[in-house]
Design a binder for this molecule. Structure first.
Ligand code: HEC
Ligand code: HEC
Length: 509
């Protein structure tokens, strides 16, 4: 019995059994058919057993045709609707597929971050920043000190760099720093796809942005704004704390060196890590990083990728091009304007509230006109104030250009007479002494009979914009600057007032 069951359980046996049953049934059907068949009645042509009259023409071309056509129409309708509907859903399917791929890249990126490449050892879990043990040596390779090289937080790195710029850092590393080249182009172990995956993972770590444009475009911009405020508050709290602790002597210096003592974000927002030699090793190891002549003077670490910002070089790069309002913000770009003699004229407000009108090149002009009825421009004094002077000397530095171009008044001969500065009064053709309020202009010329207009502090909108946006590879910036894409943009990570503070600090370096 069991043997039979086993036999039945055998697939071959089942197959054979089924085949036998089918054959038997077929045979039975055939026999029944033969038995029930009737004898042929006559000619098939006249009397075919299945021949019966078909529909009439009226019916064929009437309801029958209508039915067929309607059926065809319905089928056509179904085809033409279902295809587009299918296509309509295609983007959704595609998004789903992209999202699924993204998820898998992110998780591969996370694996690399944590295990494969162990970024986590230096940059911390979740990209909060960390450090790497480092032995400081002198030029002869002699031991100087054991230090920890700050590894910046990466949970804000996508705010500071474009994706290509991060790819560049990952591909080539930071030469002479613990940040090695990871990508194949720089001789590292990770493939282009792996580098991309790590970046996809980094994107998931990013803290809220402070960029007003990105906030405005966010799905829930109110929530984005609240989150941004919180991030900004944390940064301000750290700046305030460091100032109260006397770590720095100005807000700008505190931002420039954000995290030097406290390790805030391990220096990701500090300018000094790239612009001050040795900064990344910490104040305890390189004690003079805040000293004049060291701070901001280039070489962010022994690797030194940042530029020298000292000796007024930043002012040369970004010359004064804007006035600041009393609250530290800029005069609105394009300026205020009003109608003067039927012409829309821009103006600035001086510190004492006077309006100072600007010509179409943005140079301040006085109420006066010269002999040719051309408006007379102000002279700009060294401290940024303006002066409207009756008499200006011809002493000038040829390198600084044409003295007449800046003349606010009559250009006259000044000279020493018996050791006393005098000039020729053009109307009376007499020698006049310089009055007590005579001015020496920033280009070395002398001026007399001046009305001085106190102007708000001048600075550079272009400088601010550069810190806001960072540099781009191959793009110029400021006066003759050439971007490599390695200067990060801070517009999405630092509140505007702190960017302003750091601009002021740099212009004083
Ligand atoms: C051995 C320690 C170490 C490892 C491992 C490491 N890094 Fe770094 N990384 C650093 C240090 C230190 C810096 C800052 C270099 C400097 O001072 O210029 C840095 C800089 C960076 C920067 C530039 C950040 C900025 O704001 O300038 C990025 C991006 C970065 N690392 C990503 C990674 C990723 C991703 C990995 C893993 C694939 C990784 N790092 C592995 C130490 C490390
Ligand atoms: C990750 C390194 C890095 C950090 C951080 C950094 N910079 Fe830079 N910075 C550079 C590099 C590199 C350049 C040179 C331009 C280039 O290569 O694109 C530069 C150029 C500049 C310049 C122009 C200098 C010139 O004469 O051309 C200014 C100004 C400047 N940075 C200010 C800042 C300020 C302010 C901060 C902080 C808010 C800052 N940098 C943070 C790397 C850095």
């Amino acid at each position: 019995m069991i043997g039979t069951l086993l036999l039945a359980a055998n697939f071959r046996a089942i197959g054979l059994t089924v085949a036998a049953v089918v054959m038997l049934a077929f045979l039975a059907l055939f026999l029944r058919n033969v038995a029930s068949a009737k004898a042929e009645l006559g000619s098939e042509i006249e009397l075919a057993a299945n021949k019966k009259p078909y529909l009439t023409d009226e019916e064929l071309e009437g309801p029958k045709l209508d039915k067929s056509l309607s059926f065809a129409l319905v089928v056509l309708g179904i085809c033409s609707l279902s295809l587009p509907i299918y296509w309509l859903a295609e983007p959704g399917r595609q998004e789903g597929a992209v999202a699924a791929y993204l998820l898998s890249f992110q998780s591969r990126g996370e694996d690399l971050y944590v295990e494969g490449a162990q970024c986590v050892n230096c940059h911390g879990a979740g990209g909060v920043g960390g450090g790497k043990d480092y032995v400081l040596q002198d030029a002869d390779g002699q031991f100087v000190a054991n230090a920890v090289w700050k590894a910046p937080a990466l949970n804000d790195v996508m705010h500071r760099y474009s994706e290509e710029e991060v790819t560049f850092v990952l591909d080539y590393g930071r030469p002479d720093s613990p940040m090695a080249a990871w990508g194949t182009p720089g001789g590292g172990p990770l493939t282009t796809q792996q580098v991309q995956s790590v970046i996809e993972y980094l994107k998931t770590l990013q803290i809220p942005t402070l960029d007003p444009i990105e906030i405005a475009g966010a799905a829930d911009s109110e929530a984005a704004e609240a989150a941004a405020d919180q991030v900004a508050d944390e940064i301000r709290a750290e700046v305030d704390r460091s100032l109260e602790a006397d770590e720095f002597s100005s807000e700008g210096e505190a931002v420039f060196n954000l995290g030097l003592f406290s390790g805030f974000r391990n220096g990701s927002l500090a300018c000094a890590r790239c612009h001050t030699s040795g900064w990344s090793l910490g104040a305890g190891i390189v004690p003079d990083v805040l000293d004049e002549g060291v701070a901001g003077c280039g070489g962010g670490n022994p690797s030194g990728i940042g530029f020298n910002l000292c000796n007024g070089s930043t002012i040369e790069r970004f010359s004064d091009d804007a006035w600041k309002q009393p609250d530290g913000s800029w005069y609105p770009l394009g300026g205020r304007s009003e109608m003067v003699d039927g012409v829309e004229t821009k103006y600035l407000l001086s510190s004492d509230g006077d309006k100072v009108y600007l010509n179409d090149k943005g140079a301040p002009i006085t109420d006066r006109t010269d002999d040719d009825d051309a408006p007379v421009p102000y002279l700009i004094l060294e401290n940024g104030d303006l002066a409207d002077c009756e008499y200006v000397s011809q002493l000038w530095d040829p390198e600084k250009g044409d003295p007449y171009a800046f003349a606010a008044g009559e250009v006259v001969e000044f000279g020493l007479v018996d050791g006393v500065e005098k000039y020729i009064d053009p109307e009376e053709q007499t020698l006049r002494d310089l009055s007590d309020d005579a001015l020496e202009l920033s280009d070395g010329r002398l001026a007399d009979q001046c009305t001085v207009v106190e102007m708000p502090e001048r600075a550079s909108q272009a400088h601010y914009d550069f810190i806001y946006a960072g540099s781009n590879a191959g793009a110029g910036y400021g006066n003759g600057g050439q971007g490599s894409g390695r200067m990060p943009g801070f517009g999405a990570s630092l509140p505007p007032d702190l960017i302003q503070a750091v601009v002021d600090y740099e212009r004083g370096l």
